[in-house]
Design a protein around this ligand. Structure first.
Ligand code: FES
Length: 64
């Protein structure tokens, strides 16, 4: 259909939170180094390296 605009719905949206984690929205599979995996609809991935629950954010970045 010429001229038809087809909306694209992204499967995963990654939002960079200033001075905080990456917010990943959508159906995501997170694979760990030991081969285990979790499936989440939303995940907050640590960018500061301070989380004790890596790779997920535990709020420790706020203590800066
Ligand atoms: S980004 Fe939140 S603990 Fe690292």
């Amino acid at each position: 259909m010429k001229g038809t605009i087809v909306p694209i719905k992204p499967e995963v949206v990654v939002k960079v939170i200033e001075c905080g984690p990456l917010r990943i929205g959508g159906h995501v599979r997170i694979m760990f180094s030991d081969g285990s995996m979790v499936i989440k609809q939303r995940a907050f991935i640590c960018r500061c390296g301070k989380s004790s629950n890596q790779p997920f954010c535990d709020g420790s970045h706020v203590e800066d």
